[in-house]
Design a protein around this ligand. Structure first.
Ligand code: MN
Length: 482
């Protein structure tokens, strides 16, 4: 018997707002000191009243529109009651039966809903586990308590671990493109719960799946675990399991709670929200930025990039925008006559961006936004290479200086630290070497390829290492064949 997995995802993402969901405490995920960004409201003191963060609602509406969901005319908040030390009020303000966004679709997977709620605080367990002789304590940090959180729920349309990961990656990218969330999974800004059932049978929910790799592993593990149970003639228990990233297994946490366990009821301290009156929905839809899928398609078309190249650029919005600006600044346009291939300078630009520049950025640990090299200067560097004015070795060295100082290639070259090989000089050197070494030329003509390396070496000597071996070889071949 074959077993078809049916997978659904619930993804939580912290919204990028200045303040928290229901108070004006700062929403600062980088705050290192515990319990700094707190106030009586997010600490749940008696008598305090929540106020809806307009910006948070706006961000979720944007996400909903980007995913083709319907923005509810009227929406409300509800209390989800449960007890846990990281939840100071004893309930979470969430949305139960009237979510802000209904339906939608991404990567062919239908969405159930998107709603808005608040995050809980963070528990930090210190020392050795209780029961052993060492000290142990659980500390609590309420900086995260009350941070705006959106929850997206898919329909069980996903059929494989790979598809689940693709979905989560694309959703993360859309959040970043919209600026709704940084959605950094390592920082816990985006977290997934995975629902898995086999052949539409009992559904098991796996909580705390906090990386793309874990999403794939959890789906595979749970599929396999349930298949073994069914093959032994046993039943799959409806329950909530946790993903253990160290052991790479799911473990039973509790039997699945039902909605009524949470005793949901409408939040009495907040009015219902008339979304279409409070927000210019149509205008917001018209003003959505270009989304990753559209950009991928346009880049492939406009710049003749292949699918993988377009994908690589679009994964990083900064790099995609940077490439687009720099491309328009390129002076060298040795286009392929058929118009089907990207021109040589554009390929050079792509390669320098995705390997050398990304390498420098990663090595130095700076943020992309801190990059000192302008797209214009990057294009200038590529022009120098394309024109054969500098060697690839020199280009890499100049790029390093540009990276440190933000200066233009022209300025850096003007300081005289780099020997420029003018095209004519290289040309002359090649002519001279061919004239001075007629026997090597004859050897090459009769098929001795080693003679070519000999000639390249001679030209390198003549140009004192200032020219690129690949470039020299091309020039020699041009001469010998032409
Ligand atoms: Mn939730």
């Amino acid at each position: 018997m074959t077993y078809e997995p049916t997978i659904g995802l619930e993804i939580h993402a912290e919204l990028k707002t200045r303040t928290k969901m229901f108070c004006d405490s700062l929403n600062d995920p980088d705050e290192k000191h515990p319990n700094v960004n707190v106030c009586p409201v997010c600490l749940g003191h008696p008598g305090t009243l929540p106020v809806i963060n307009k910006k948070a609602v706006e961000e979720v509406i944007k996400v909903g529109l980007a995913l083709g969901g319907e923005i509810a005319e009227r929406t409300k908040f509800d209390r989800k009651n449960y007890f846990y030390p990281d939840l100071p009020k004893g309930y979470q303000i969430s949305q139960y039966d009237m979510p802000l966004v209904i339906g939608g679709e991404l990567n062919g997977i239908r969405l159930e809903r998107i709603h808005l709620e608040e995050d809980a605080g963070k528990l930090i367990h210190e020392g050795s586990p209780s029961g052993s002789s060492g000290q142990s304590a659980s500390l609590i940090d309420f900086n995260r308590a009350g941070v705006p959180l959106m929850e997206l729920v898919t329909k069980p349309d996903i059929r494989s671990a790979e598809q689940a990961v693709e979905f989560a990656k694309e959703f993360q990218l859309i959040l970043k493109y919209l600026g709704a969330s940084d959605a950094d999974m390592e920082k816990g800004q985006m977290r997934a719960d995975v629902n898995v059932s086999l052949n539409m049978g009992t559904k098991v929910e796996v909580k705390n799946v906090n990386s793309f790799r874990s999403i794939a592993s959890a789906v595979k593990y749970e599929t396999e675990r349930q298949r073994e149970l069914l093959e032994r003639g046993e039943k799959v228990k409806q329950e909530t399991r946790g993903w253990d990233d160290v052991k790479q297994v799911t473990t039973s946490q509790r039997s699945k709670e039902e909605a009524h366990d949470y005793r949901y009821f409408p939040e009495p301290d907040l009015p219902p929200l008339a979304s279409h009156e409070a927000f210019p929905i149509e205008k917001m839809k018209a003003e959505l930025p270009e989304l990753p899928a559209e950009k991928r398609e346009r880049f492939a078309r406009e710049f003749n990039l292949n699918e993988n190249q377009a994908k690589l650029l679009i994964e990083n919005k900064f790099l995609a925008d940077y490439f687009e600006t720099a491309t328009s600044e390129l002076a060298t346009r040795d286009a392929d006559p058929s118009g089907k291939l990207p021109h040589k300078s554009q390929v050079l630009l792509f390669n320098y961006l995705t390997s050398d520049l990304v390498g420098l950025i990663n090595e130095s640990g700076i943020e992309y936004s801190e990059l000192k090299i302008t797209p214009e200067n990057m294009a200038e560097l590529v022009d120098y290479i394309a024109d054969g004015k500098i060697t690839t070795k020199q280009a890499k060295d100049i790029l390093k200086v540009m990276f440190e100082t933000g200066e233009s290639p022209e300025n850096i070259l003007g300081q005289g630290n780099f020997n420029l090989i003018e095209d004519e000089v290289l040309h002359q050197a090649v002519e001279d070497v061919l004239k001075e070494n007629p026997s090597a030329v004859t050897d090459f003509a009769s098929g001795k390829t080693a003679a070519l390396q000999f000639l390249v070496g001679k030209v390198m000597q003549k140009t004192k290492g200032g020219a690129d071996p690949g470039e020299i070889q091309n020039k020699i071949l041009e001469k010998l064949r032409g």
